[in-house]
Structure formats: structure tokens, C-alpha cells
Design a protein around this ligand. Structure first.
Ligand code: TYM
Length: 334
């Protein structure tokens, strides 16, 4: 079997949550145990500054995001863990690729429209070209597979377009690998606990809308107890979930953490009331998240260790990415 190059990233913008875990990080850990995979996981701090950050808080969030990787089970002896700003090739690659990407392509990016909001004239230029930085991240490591949540799908499509255009324009077929997104069919979009029209998000002003990976058992229990449901009874089958997004979300979270089919979860709780289901859901979430949360606080007390992991990882990443940038420069005539 041919080798899979896995690359993915998480922004160090604080409040990492259950959606990040189920949609992405849980899969990072799984992929690292596959024999034919070489995994690289990046704390994308250059992405974080596309919106305003407090420098001291950013510093802490870089360490915390790295601690989340480690506490979730990413093993630096198996995977490369590093932060983007320590590898200058990302910024250099972004400039070159921004001369390949077309304005029309970027104008279609829905995440920019969502994040920039109504006043897009005031959004940073960095926020606008953010998907090109993401393309550079992926293409510099010849990634073949990119595990992400559903919200990153369009950025992956743009990455593929940039890679294909570069290969065609410079007649270097296969120079950039065309990466495939690895998006789970079922649990790739975990929704807010308060309003299932919105995805669970770090930036939601309501802390009750998400389970943070640093939450205590009591916090998790309370948030799930107060999670929005409806007045109908527990669904009898999967079809019953249509037009009941809150219930679908909670059953999805349970099924994903239990690694079981949604229909199995429905069969187990059929005829029971929601408070009974929520109790069991809390138990499952606590079983998965509490060990991570405890390990995060342990790791955070040893900043030296986290910094060493990032330094070692950055050296390995730098060796790969700078070599690719060297080849890019030769191809484009520098
Ligand atoms: P970020 O930091 O917003 O999110 C990290 C990962 O978590 C996933 N995710 C979710 N999955 C399911 N349900 C949710 N509610 C949810 N919220 C977030 C995201 O899809 C993502 O996989 N642009 C990226 C980071 C990035 C990157 C990359 C990813 C930069 N360069 C290269 C892959 C490859 C981002 O902002 O993710």
C-alpha cells in the first residue's frame, strides 16, 4: 500500500471544544496508529492572527493547543507536532501561491463571508487570503490526506485548485500532490448545545453552547443537562431525527464517542425520557473528555516540555518544508 501523508492544523484561539475533538483531533490520533501513515499536526498560529489576538493570550493558547494534542494522544515520537510560525517556509510558500490563486476563487469562500460579517471592508487582508496559507500548509508537506471537519471542505477544494493550476502552469505534473479531505460522513459537524442551527464554535459568546476540552466534570454535566431539546418523545428511528437538529446533534455526539451507529443509540434509548439519555450522554462525554482535561492541566504546569516538543517538531517540519520551497523557487525561475 502506498504511504499516506497526513497533515492537519488547529488554530490556537482558545476554547478548544468537543466539536474540534470529534470532528478532527480524535481522527488525528487514530491516523497516527496506521502503519502506512506519516502524520504532521500543526498549531496554526499564523492563521490565528488573521483576527485580533492579545499577544500574551496567544502565547498561552499556543501552549494549550499543543497540550490538547498531547493530552488527546498525539505522540511526538510517532507524529510531527509543531507551530507554524517557527517554520518560515509557510509564509514564503503563501506569497508564491497567492500569485497562483485567483481573486474569483477567494471571493467564493463562505468562511470569509461568515467571519468578516457585514463590515468586510474592515476585515484584515490576512483573513481574506487565509485559505492560501492553508493551501501552503498542506502542499509544502506533499500531504495526500487532510483530516478536517466539514467546515473546512471548501478550503480543501481551493487547495486542490491551486495545486492543479501550479502543476499545469509550470508543466510539472504531480509536483504538488492533490490532497484528499478526510471528512467523516456522520460526525463532521457538531452543533451548538444552545442552538443547533449554528456549529459548536470557539467564538460563540455563550460558554454553555460548547463543551470545552478543559471543562470539569461538573461543568460538562451541567451543560448537557441544560442542552436544548424539544418537547417530543425520544425518536423511534433515524427518520424521526429529521427537523429535530438538537436531538440529532446530541445523539450524534453519543454515537460518535461510543463509536456506534446512530440507529444503535436510538434502539438503546427508545421509550426512555430525555433526562435519562442526557445522564448517559454526560457519562460518555466525561469518560472521554475528563482524562484529556486533567492531562491538559498537568501538561500546562510543565511549559518547558511543551516548548521542547514544538522545537523538535519544528526542526523536522522545517527540513521538509524548506526543501519543497527550494524546489518551488527553481520551478518558477528564481
Ligand atoms: P479550526 O481551528 O477552526 O478547527 C480545527 C478543526 O476542528 C474542526 N471543527 C469542527 N468539527 C466538527 N464540528 C465542529 N463544530 C467543528 N468546529 C471545528 C475543523 O473543521 C478543523 O478540522 N483552517 C483550519 C486550520 C488549518 C488547517 C490547515 C486544517 C490551517 N491550516 C491545513 C487542515 C490543514 C481551522 O481554522 O480549523
Amino acid at each position: 500500500m502506498s504511504q499516506k501523508n497526513i497533515f492537519s492544523g488547529v488554530q490556537p484561539t482558545g476554547n478548544l471544544h468537543l466539536g474540534n475533538y470529534i470532528g478532527a483531533i480524535k481522527n488525528f490520533v487514530k491516523l497516527q496508529s496506521e502503519n502506512d501513515s506519516k502524520c504532521i499536526y500543526c498549531v496554526v498560529d499564523l492563521h490565528a492572527i488573521t483576527t485580533k489576538q492579545d499577544p500574551q493570550k496567544l502565547k498561552e493558547n499556543i501552549l494549550e493547543t499543543t497540550a490538547v494534542f498531547l493530552a488527546s494522544g498525539i505522540d511526538p515520537s510517532k507524529s510531527i507536532i509543531f507551530n507554524q510560525s517557527m517554520v518560515p517556509a509557510h509564509s514564503e510558500g503563501t506569497w508564491i501561491l497567492s500569485c497562483i490563486a485567483r481573486m474569483g476563487w477567494l471571493n467564493r469562500m463562505t468562511q470569509f463571508k461568515e467571519k468578516a460579517g457585514k463590515d468586510k471592508e474592515k476585515a484584515s487582508v490576512g483573513l481574506y487570503i487565509y485559505p492560501i496559507l492553508m493551501a501552503a500548509d498542506i502542499l509544502l508537506y506533499d500531504a495526500t490526506h487532510v483530516p478536517v471537519g466539514e467546515d473546512q471542505k471548501q478550503h480543501l477544494e481551493l487547495t486542490r485548485d491551486i495545486a492543479q493550476k501550479f502543476n499545469t502552469d509550470f508543466k510539472v505534473q504531480d509536483f504538488f500532490k492533490i490532497p484528499d479531505p478526510l471528512i467523516q460522513e456522520k460526525f463532521s459537524r457538531i452543533m451548538s448545545l444552545k442552538d443547533a442551527k449554528n456549529k459548536m464554535s470557539k467564538s460563540d459568546p455563550s460558554d454553555a453552547s460548547r463543551i470545552n476540552l478543559t471543562d470539569t466534570e461538573d461543568q460538562i454535566h451541567n451543560k448537557i443537562k441544560k442542552a436544548k431539546t424539544d418537547t417530543k418523545s425520544f425518536p423511534a428511528n433515524e427518520k424521526d431525527l429529521n427537523k429535530r437538529p438538537e436531538i440529532q446533534n446530541l445523539i450524534g455526539i453519543y454515537s460518535s464517542l461510543k463509536s456506534q451507529k446512530i440507529s444503535d443509540t436510538i434502539n438503546r434509548f427508545q421509550g426512555k425520557n430525555f433526562s435519562n439519555f442526557k445522564e448517559k450522554l454526560s457519562e460518555v462525554v466525561i469518560e472521554h473528555i475528563s482524562p484529556i482535561s486533567k492531562e491538559i492541566s498537568k501538561l500546562k504546569s510543565d511549559k518547558g516540555h511543551i516548548l521542547q516538543v514544538l522545537k523538535d517538531g519544528s526542526e523536522k517540519a522545517e527540513a521538509i518544508a524548506s526543501e519543497k520551497v527550494k524546489k518551488i523557487k527553481e520551478i518558477i525561475g528564481f
